[in-house]
Ligand binder design. Structure first.
Ligand code: GLN
Length: 537
């Protein structure tokens, strides 16, 4: 049984400082020193999970193996640590309250007034400790969403205060702040950091380590000032300078000794060895590509890059394995039409049609698939992107003129994509899709099989609609092969085109499983196909 240590990561001054990347980088470093680590995100909003949030609100919704719809930071945790997360790794205020209120209704608190302290804070602490309970982890890193001082983060900071008090040296707090550079004054300013630490102190929490996000290096005087004003040792003032890639951050944190500081603060013996070579090799290849390709990412949430975060990262991983830089040209599917398509897709080496919901921008997606299919440009369709590929093939090859998904047109004469039987009765929108990992059997004659090099794979899902099996025969006969099947329910998971150098559509989300240590085989294969296309091989 391990003596699990709990590390909290809070944020001050402003949001978007990159707490998720700092948490993931710390996890990577501790792992590299031989410790087992898991990372958790506590989100202070009232939604029970981010599954019902528009991607414009909160970026991509990340799906775990066990089918939890979670915050996109969990994607960073998995990509950095290569350890799968689960529902327990993302908890919102909504989920905490839902649990406590349900217990109240069941009569568990009979006779007592249910209050934020202790009932809500106890539930927060229980959710944090749950991850450490089975003794699997040396460290549980818990990131608190939002910024200290926000009304909604109060119960979380209070829960940290109590855990610190209960656990002593088995618990440490890292506070991430911003040290802005004022160009008019020509200097870095520590005041916002001082204020945000004061806000924490008002709530009874003294941070052990302060990580300072900055665009300029911190000199000794600045470090000294922060240490003095915020009651931390000077070695506990860690610089987090802007990096060209998020994958540089673990190395920058290693140089700043963030991991050592955490080990010291938690009185954990410091191992002499650190095994970070694989990560450094990845970085070297990332920074020294031999090739470069451009992929068009066609979707309707392109204004916010975070909406396609995992796809973006999977291209980096798949690119590195091919020593290739992948430039992503984001194309708004609503603005794509027959007139401008040649101009908008000019010079791309591949086209990816993104996942999504609803009919907005669907015509542009279908048009770009026709373009990829007829011009033999490498094509990758993910979830809705795969469904659109099926619609396009139905309309233009099988001549099923108004072929559609019943998600967009319930009256279509050819429902080539239809709602899954067990989804028809569902009324609640939250957490009710086909979610999480399911096995998929691959046809040994397929391109997918050649890439995976396995006949049974497991991939994560998030959808309500599926390929309509009534059309399976006709599609296979005409050259769109259904090469990946979920055996238990005979659902189509992968389609491929025979007469095309690389045309693959998948009902699942391969992007969720791509990590630095294990780039996803389909992304690796897609990038390779784009290099071939680019070089006219
Ligand atoms: N809207 C489609 C469905 O529910 C596709 C979902 C997705 O792309 N994640 O089946």
């Amino acid at each position: 049984m391990k003596n699990t240590k709990y590390i909290f990561v809070t944020g001050g001054v402003t949001s978007s400082l990159g707490k998720g990347i700092i948490s993931a980088s710390l996890a990577k470093l501790l792992q590299s020193r031989g410790f087992s680590v898991t990372i958790q995100k506590l989100d202070p909003y009232i939604n029970v999970d981010p599954g019902t949030l528009n991607p414009y609100e909160h970026g991509e919704c990340y799906v775990t193996e066990d089918g939890a719809e979670t915050d996109l930071d969990l994607g960073h945790y998995e990509r950095f640590s290569n350890v799968p997360t689960s529902q327990a790794n993302n908890v919102t205020t909504g989920r905490i309250y839902q649990y406590v209120i349900n217990k109240e209704r069941e009569g568990e608190y009979l006779g007592t007034t249910v209050q934020v302290i202790p009932h809500i804070t106890d539930e927060i602490k229980r959710r944090v400790k749950l991850l450490g309970q089975n003794g699997n982890f040396d460290f549980v890193i818990t990131e608190i969403g939002g910024t200290v001082g926000d009304i909604e983060s109060f119960p979380f900071v209070e829960a940290i205060r109590q855990m610190r008090w209960e656990m002593g040296k088995n618990c440490a707090v890292i506070h991430l702040t911003l040290v802005p550079f004022l160009s008019a004054a020509g200097e870095l300013k520590t005041k916002p950091t001082q204020h945000s630490v004061k806000t924490m102190l008002e709530q009874g929490v003294q941070p052990d380590i302060i990580v300072c996000r900055t665009e300029r290096h911190l000199n000794d005087a600045i470090r000294g000032k922060i240490a003095q004003f915020c009651n931390v040792e000077i070695s506990a003032v860690i610089e987090s300078i802007d990096a060209t890639s998020i994958y540089e951050v673990p190395v920058l944190m290693l140089e700043e000794k963030l991991d050592i500081e955490v080990l010291r603060k938690t009185q954990t013996p410091i191992p002499d060895k650190i095994d970070i070579e694989t990560w450094q090799n990845f970085l070297f290849r990332l920074n020294n590509p031999n090739y470069s390709v451009t992929v068009a990412l066609v979707g309707k949430y392109v204004e916010l890059k975070d909406a396609y975060k995992s796809i973006h990262e999977a291209f980096i991983h798949g690119g590195v394995l091919n020593d290739c830089a992948v430039n992503i040209r984001y194309i708004h599917s609503e603005h794509l039409d027959a007139e401008n398509i040649t101009e908008k897709l000019e010079g791309v080496d591949g086209i990816l049609v993104a996942p999504g919901f609803g009919g907005r921008g669907i015509d542009g997606k279908i048009l770009s698939i026709e373009y990829a299919r007829t011009k033999k440009i490498p094509f990758f369709g993910i979830c809705l992107g795969m469904q659109c590929a099926v619609i396009e093939f139905g309309r233009n090859v099988l001549q099923l003129k108004d072929a559609h998904s019943t998600e967009m047109n319930q009256k279509t004469s050819y429902p080539v994509i239809d709602i899954m039987a067990n989804q028809k009765i569902i009324k609640n929108m939250g957490g009710t899709m086909r979610l999480g990992a399911y096995p998929c059997r691959l046809d040994p004659d397929s391109k997918s099989y050649k890439l995976y090099k396995e006949s049974m794979v497991s991939e994560r899902h998030r959808h309500r609609y599926e390929f309509n099996n009534e059309y399976r025969k006709a599609y296979n006969k005409a050259g769109m092969k259904t090469v990946g099947i979920y055996p238990n329910e005979n659902l189509v998971e992968i389609v491929e085109l025979d007469e095309h150098p690389w045309f693959i559509g998948v009902q699942f989300h391969p992007e969720y499983k791509s990590t630095v240590a294990r780039p996803h085989p389909l992304f690796v294969g897609f990038v390779e196909a784009m290099i071939h296309f680019n070089k006219k091989l």
